[in-house]
Design a protein around this ligand. Structure first.
Ligand code: SAH
Length: 268
């Protein structure tokens, strides 16, 4: 039987290459009470063969959602937890799988959360990791850290399953709490900040990608709610619009559309 808090945990497979691994992931999900799968451009997808390996998984396979981009697969998620065998060059919000499990479940009480796995040959790209609020690592022998995709999924799902047994009740919140920002709202915020920083020439001697990666890591760790993310987006857009106004003396010379502008930050 599926625990209600587990029903918001979505396993997302980014470009899985091997059908046997997809079936292994599905078995692991069934074992651990997870029922929602999203796949982004799988190399092969054959429900008949999958259900031949993962018995009694017809419903899960049938309900699997297919996406052409990872951004679209994560858009509505209020938390995205990536997974990786080892830290990469950039500093990110890394922690052990066991430490992430209760945090992921806490978020799952508020909306859909994604548990994201990379492809077998190269794992998650830096761009995919940029979409993650944090990255879970399963501790292994340092000489042989890369687990098979389905085995990694089983361990993560097991940690989440165990954590769901002893879940703490939800925290009381202030009246103005707006709920966690979705991935789409987080991306909107980063876009706004990048545009604002670009207008004040912040990137002149810096690489926008690496600066933005630090900002992503920092703001993801802050776990902004929707209002907070909206406020940060408003900050970026306001800087951009002010600079544009000053530069163009009140009229836009590029004839471009005034963008939606700062969203209402609801602070009044
Ligand atoms: N060759 C790739 C490994 C990919 S394994 C690399 O070195 O990055 C496929 C996927 O399984 C990974 O993208 C990750 O999602 C998961 N995975 C494998 N080992 C893991 C570990 N030790 N901790 C967390 N996730 C792991």
């Amino acid at each position: 039987m599926t625990d209600p808090s587990l029903s918001n945990v979505i396993v997302v497979l980014d470009e899985p290459q091997n059908l046997v691994n997809i079936a292994g992931v599905i078995r692991a999900m069934k074992n651990m009470g997870l029922s929602r799968l999203r796949v982004v451009k799988p190399a092969e997808w054959d429900p008949w063969r999958i259900t031949g390996i993962a018995h009694r998984s017809e419903e899960l396979v049938e309900n699997t959602d297919h996406f052409l981009s990872l951004e679209a697969a994560l858009e509505d998620c209020v938390m995205v937890l990536g997974t990786s065998a080892r830290p990469r060059e950039a500093q990110r919000n890394y922690d052990w799988a066991r430490a992430w499990a209760p945090r992921l479940l806490k978020r799952a009480a508020q909306g859909p959360v994604a548990l994201l796995f990379g492809r077998e040959d190269r794992g998650l790209s830096n761009q995919a990791l940029d979409l993650c609020d944090g990255v879970a690592i399963i501790p292994t022998d340092s000489d042989y850290s890369s687990l098979n995709l389905a085995q990694a999924c089983l361990i993560l799902a097991y940690e989440i399953f165990l954590s769901a047994q002893g879940e703490a009740p939800e925290l009381p919140r202030g009246k103005r709490y707006t709920g966690p920002a979705s991935r789409g709202e987080m991306e909107h915020m980063f876009q706004a900040l990048e545009e604002g920083m670009e207008r004040v020439d912040f990137f002149s001697a810096r690489t926008p990608e690496s600066v933005m990666r630090v900002i992503r890591t920092l703001l993801s760790r802050a776990e902004p709610d929707r209002q907070e993310a909206g406020l940060m987006a408003a900050l970026g857009f306001e800087v951009r619009n002010q600079v544009d106004r000053l530069t163009h003396d009140g009229s836009r010379s590029d004839g471009g559309e005034e963008e939606t502008g700062p969203p209402d930050h609801g602070l009044d």
